[in-house]
Design a protein around this ligand. Structure first.
Ligand SMILES: [Zn+2]
Length: 394
C-alpha cells in the first residue's frame, strides 16, 4: 500500500519527499486516504482542524483510534507518518479478514501538519483538536510565502473560525495507538522488528532573529560592520558546545535564512531555528537560555540585536502504563523504547490513554531520504497493530 505513494511529493531539489499541509502533494495524500476508506466502505470525515478520520464500522464514542500523519519534513523519508496510516488500514483489513466483531468503534486517523513543515508548529492538528494551541495564534501562523493558516484552511474548504479545541472529536477517542517507523537505532541494536514506546523527551523550537546592517561585502571595513551572520554562527557553535554539557541532550540548527542572501552582501538580518531536547525536567529551556545568552553576547560585540521567540514547546510524556501492559499482552515480549522524537500520540497522551509501536529502521536515519523499513518488518508492524486493536476492541 505504501508503494502507491511513491510518486507523491517527490522533492527533486532536496531529495526525498516534501509533503506540506494543504499543498498539492499533501492534498493528493488526503485524496488517497479517502480512496482507501471508500475501498473498504468506511465513513470518512474531516474534522474542524483538518484531521482525517475513517470509521469502522462507523463513528462512535470510546473508539480505539490508530493512525499517524501524511505530511513530511522538507526532503523527508517515505515512512515517517505514512507508515502509521498504511499500517492502520492494514490492521483493520486483518481484523475484518479474521471476522473479528468489535465492541468499540475503530478509527483510522491522519493528523494534519505533524511535522510543522509549513507553519512551524509541530503536531498542529492534534494540538488544535486537544486545545493545547490557542486558535488565534494558530490562525495567524504564516508559511514561508506569507500565507496564513487561516487562509490555507479556507482554501481547502474548512472554516478558519472553527479551528480549535474539538470536544466532540476528543470525546470519541477512547484510546490512541500510533505506529511509527523508528527514528533511531534502538531496534537495530536490539535485533527486533517491533518495539513499544515508553516516553517522549521534552522538546521545542525557538526562532532567533538577528538584526544587523546590510552592506557591501567589499567596500565595508570589518570594523564598520554589524553582520548578523556572526551572532547566528555563535548560536550554531554554542548549541553544540552547551548541549554536550546536558546529559543526553540534543540541539540542532537545521534552518538558517539570511536576508537578502547574496554572496557579496553582508546580510541585513538572519533568522535561524533551534530545535532543542533535553530528557530532564526543565533542562530544555535552561539549555536554550544559555544558548540565547551566547547569542546576545555575540550580538552586542557585533553591534546587532537578537530577538528570541519560542515557537513550540512540549513537556516530556510517559505513555499510559496500563495501555502499555495491554499492548505488551497483545504483541508479546518486545523491546520498550524511549524516544527523542515528538508525535501526535504524545499530544493526545495528556487527554486519553495513548501508546506507540515502533517498526525497525535499518538505516537508523530519519527525516532524510535514507529512512527505511524492510517489507517483512512493515508486515510485522501491521500484525502487531492488529493484535493490539483486537485486544482493545473485543
Ligand atoms: Zn512522524
Amino acid at each position: 500500500m505504501l508503494a502507491e505513494l511513491d510518486d507523491v511529493g517527490v522533492d527533486r531539489r532536496r531529495g526525498g519527499y516534501s509533503r506540506h499541509v494543504f499543498e498539492p502533494a499533501e492534498l493528493a495524500l488526503r485524496e488517497w486516504f479517502r480512496e482507501q476508506a471508500a475501498r473498504r466502505g468506511l465513513d470518512v470525515e474531516t474534522d474542524r482542524n483538518g484531521n482525517l478520520w475513517a470509521w469502522w464500522p462507523g463513528p462512535g464514542d470510546n473508539a480505539v483510534v490508530t493512525g499517524s500523519h501524511l505530511d513530511s519534513v522538507p526532503g523527508g523519508g517515505a515512512f515517517d507518518g505514512p507508515l502509521g496510516v498504511v499500517s492502520a488500514f492494514a490492521a483493520v483489513d486483518r481484523l475484518r479478514a479474521r471476522g473479528v466483531v468489535v465492541a468499540r468503534p475503530v478509527a483510522v486517523v491522519a493528523f494534519a501538519e505533524e511535522e510543522g513543515g509549513r507553519f512551524g508548529v509541530p503536531c498542529l492538528g492534534s494540538r488544535l483538536l486537544t486545545g493545547s494551541l490557542d486558535p488565534d495564534r494558530a490562525r495567524a501562523l504564516r508559511d514561508a510565502d506569507g500565507v496564513s493558516l487561516a487562509e490555507a484552511v479556507a482554501a481547502d474548504g474548512l472554516a478558519p473560525e472553527l479551528l480549535g479545541r474539538d470536544d466532540v472529536a476528543l470525546a470519541r477517542i477512547g484510546t490512541f495507538v500510533e505506529l511509527h517507523v523508528e527514528q533511531g537505532r534502538g531496534l537495530i541494536d536490539r535485533g527486533a522488528p517491533v518495539a513499544l514506546g515508553s516516553t517522549v523527551i521534552p522538546h521545542g523550537r525557538w526562532r532567533f532573529s538577528v538584526q544587523g546592517q546590510g552592506n557591501h561585502a567589499g567596500a565595508t571595513a570589518l570594523r564598520d560592520r554589524a553582520d548578523p551572520m556572526v551572532p547566528a554562527a555563535a548560536v550554531v557553535a554554542a548549541a553544540r558546545r552547551i548541549a554536550v554539557t546536558y546529559p543526553d541532550a540534543r540541539a540542532t540548527v537545521g534552518r538558517l535564512v539570511p536576508r537578502p542572501g547574496g554572496t557579496n552582501v553582508i546580510a541585513a538580518a538572519v533568522d535561524l531555528w533551534l530545535d532543542a531536547r533535553v530528557p530532564d525536567g526543565s533542562g530544555t529551556r535552561d539549555m536554550v537560555a544559555e544558548i540565547a545568552e551566547c547569542a546576545r553576547d555575540s550580538a552586542a560585540v557585533e553591534g546587532c540585536s537578537v530577538w528570541l521567540h519560542e515557537e513550540s514547546y512540549s513537556d516530556g510524556v510517559e505513555f499510559d502504563p496500563g495501555l502499555r501492559r495491554h499492548m505488551a499482552g497483545a504483541v508479546g515480549d518486545v523491546p520498550v523504547l524511549a524516544t527523542g522524537a515528538g508525535h501526535d500520540a504524545a499530544i493526545l497522551a495528556a487527554h486519553v490513554p495513548a501508546g506507540m509501536l515502533y517498526v525497525r529502521n535499518p538505516t537508523g536515519i530519519s527525516h532524510a531520504p535514507e529512512e527505511f523499513a524492510e517489507p517483512a518488518d512493515v508486515n510485522h508492524g501491521a500484525e502487531a497493530l492488529a493484535a493490539v486493536l483486537e485486544r482493545l476492541t473485543t
